[in-house]
Design a protein around this ligand. Structure first.
Ligand SMILES: Nc1nc2c(c(=O)[nH]1)N[C@H]1C(S)=C(S)[C@@H](COP(=O)(O)OP(=O)(O)OC[C@H]3O[C@@H](n4cnc5c(N)ncnc54)[C@H](O)[C@@H]3O)O[C@H]1N2
Ligand code: MOO
Length: 397
C-alpha cells in the first residue's frame, strides 16, 4: 500500500484560486499617468475632486425657459418667448430669466436662474433675433442636474478594479491625472514536452506546435502581467531543473504539460520530490491534473498540457488569483442538454444561439477549436444533468 500524499488532492476551483493567491507575493504599487494605466489594477480608491456636472446644465442645444410658460405649445398654436441672452458652456448668462422670456443655450451650458426646462432647436422657429416660437412644451428632463454623475468628495472608483477605458475616462473626469496601480506581476512562462515545437518550424511526425505558450502568454499580457518567456523544455529532469532555477526572479512560474500520470511527467515528479506541493488535481474538467507548488520559494503553477485544459485552468484559477477579480457567471437558457460527471465541475464549451447556449459539437480537451469557436464556458455542477430548456450559469469567454 502506498502512503497518502502529504498535500491536498482534488481541491475545488475556488480552493485552488485561494491557494495560488496565498502564494503570490505583494506586488507593491506604481504611480502612473492615465495614459499608461490601461489594464492595470487600481491600488487606491479614487474620490471625485469636482462635481459633474459642476452646475445644472442643458443636455441639448436650444433655449432655456420656464416650463410653465410653454405647456400649451403645439405646432398649430406655438408659444412665443422673448430671447434675453445666451448661455454657453464656460460663459453663463449673467441675469435672471423672467416670465415669457428665454435664453439661447448650448449643450453643457449652465441653466440660468429662473429657468427649469429646455426646448431643442428642432422644435423652435426664430422670429427675428429676439423672439422664438416653441412648437412643443419645454422639458425639465432635458436638464442635467448638478452632481448627476458624481459630487465632489464621493468615492467613485473602489480600490482593486481593473482600469478599463471607461474607468480611465471616469478617473480623468474625477480630476485625477495620475493613479496608483498595483505593480504588474512578473510571470515566467515555460512549456514542456519532447514533442512540442515552436510555430513556424518544420514538424516531424508525432510533433505538435507549441500553442499553449502563445495562448498563455497572451492571457498573461491581457491580465497586465510582465511575461518572462522561458521558451520550451524537453521532458528531461535536468532541463526542467535548469528552467525552474532560471525562473528565480519571477513572482510566479507558469508551466504547461507534464503534470499528469505519465512516466515522462517530470514537472509533477520534480515538485513532489524536490520542491513543495500545495495541491495536485482540481475537481474540474477539463484541467483536472493542475498542480501548484513551490521551487525554492518561487510559486509554480503546473497547467495540464492539453491545449483546452491549459487555457481553461488559466481562466478559472490563475486569472482570478492574479487579478483579484472573481469569476462572474451569468445565467442563460440551455438549448441542448449538458451532462455533468461525478466529483468534477464540467466547464463545457458553448455557443450562443439567440438567448440560448448550445453545447459545442466537440468537447475534447485536445480540440483547441472548441475554445476558439465558442462564446462561453457552461458550468455543469458535479453530477448534474442539465436538460435542454433549463437555466445554466455560464462564463463569457
Ligand atoms: N492515465 C491518465 N492519463 C491522463 C490523465 C489521467 O488522469 N490519467 N489525465 C489526462 C488529462 S485530464 C490531461 S489534461 C492530460 C494532461 O497531461 P499533462 O499535463 O501531463 O500533459 P502532457 O502529457 O505533457 O500533454 C498532453 C497533451 O497536450 C499536448 N501538449 C503539451 N504541451 C503542449 C503545448 N505547449 N502546446 C500544444 N500542445 C501541447 C501534448 O502533445 C499531449 O497531446 O493528461 C491526460 N492523461
Ligand atoms: O484536464 Mo484533461 O483536460 O480533462 O484532458
Amino acid at each position: 500500500m502506498t502512503a497518502a500524499p502529504a498535500f491536498p488532492m482534488f481541491v475545488s476551483v475556488p480552493e485552488a484560486t485561494a491557494h495560488l493567491r496565498a502564494l503570490l507575493p505583494d506586488p507593491g504599487v506604481d504611480r502612473v499617468p492615465l495614459s499608461g494605466a490601461l489594464g492595470r489594477t487600481l491600488a487606491e480608491a479614487l474620490a471625485a475632486r469636482v462635481s459633474h456636472p459642476s452646475a445644472t446644465e442643458s443636455a441639448l442645444d436650444g433655449i432655456a425657459c420656464r416650463e410653465a410658460d410653454t405647456l400649451t405649445a403645439t405646432a398649430d398654436q406655438p408659444v412665443p418667448l422673448r430671447v434675453v441672452g445666451e448661455s454657453r458652456a464656460g460663459q453663463p448668462f449673467a441675469g435672471t430669466v423672467g416670465e415669457g422670456e428665454c435664453v439661447r443655450i448650448y449643450t453643457g451650458a449652465p441653466l440660468p436662474p429662473g429657468t427649469d426646462a429646455i426646448c431643442p432647436v428642432e422644435q423652435l422657429t426664430d422670429q427675428g433675433p429676439d423672439h422664438v416660437l416653441l412648437r412643443r412644451p419645454a422639458r425639465p428632463g432635458d436638464v442635467r442636474p448638478e452632481g448627476q454623475d458624481f459630487r465632489a468628495g464621493d468615492v467613485v472608483l473602489p480600490e482593486g478594479v481593473p482600469l478599463t477605458p471607461a474607468r480611465l475616462a471616469l478617473a480623468a473626469a474625477l480630476g485625477h491625472a495620475e493613479v496608483t496601480v498595483r505593480r504588474p506581476y512578473r510571470v515566467a512562462l515555460l512549456s514542456t514536452g519532447d514533442e512540442v515545437v515552436a510555430p513556424g518550424q518544420p514538424l516531424r511526425p508525432g510533433q505538435v506546435y507549441d500553442s499553449n505558450r502563445v495562448g498563455l502568454g497572451a492571457l498573461l499580457r491581457e491580465c497586465g502581467c510582465e511575461v518572462l518567456d522561458l521558451g520550451h523544455a524537453p521532458d528531461s529532469v535536468d532541463a526542467l531543473h535548469a528552467a525552474l532555477d532560471a525562473a528565480g526572479g519571477a513572482d510566479l512560474l507558469l508551466t504547461s504539460g507534464g503534470v499528469s500520470m505519465g512516466r515522462y511527467d517530470f514537472m509533477r515528479d520534480l515538485l513532489i520530490e524536490r520542491g513543495t506541493v500545495t495541491f495536485w488535481k482540481v475537481r474540474m474538467r477539463p484541467g483536472g491534473p493542475a498542480l501548484l507548488g513551490r521551487w525554492a520559494g518561487l510559486p509554480v503553477f503546473g497547467l495540464p498540457g492539453n491545449p483546452v485544459s491549459s487555457l481553461v485552468v488559466f481562466g478559472l484559477i490563475v486569472r482570478p488569483a492574479l487579478t483579484g477579480q472573481p469569476l462572474r457567471p451569468v445565467r442563460l437558457r440551455a438549448g441542448t442538454e449538458f451532462r455533468g460527471v461525478p466529483d468534477k465541475t464540467v466547464y463545457a464549451r458553448g455557443v450562443l444561439r439567440g438567448a440560448e447556449v448550445h453545447a459545442y459539437r466537440q468537447q475534447s480537451s485536445g480540440v483547441l477549436r472548441s475554445l476558439s469557436d465558442s462564446d462561453v464556458l457552461v458550468i455543469v455542477p458535479e453530477g448534474a444533468e442539465v436538460p435542454a430548456g433549463a437555466d445554466v450559469d455560464v462564463l463569457l469567454l
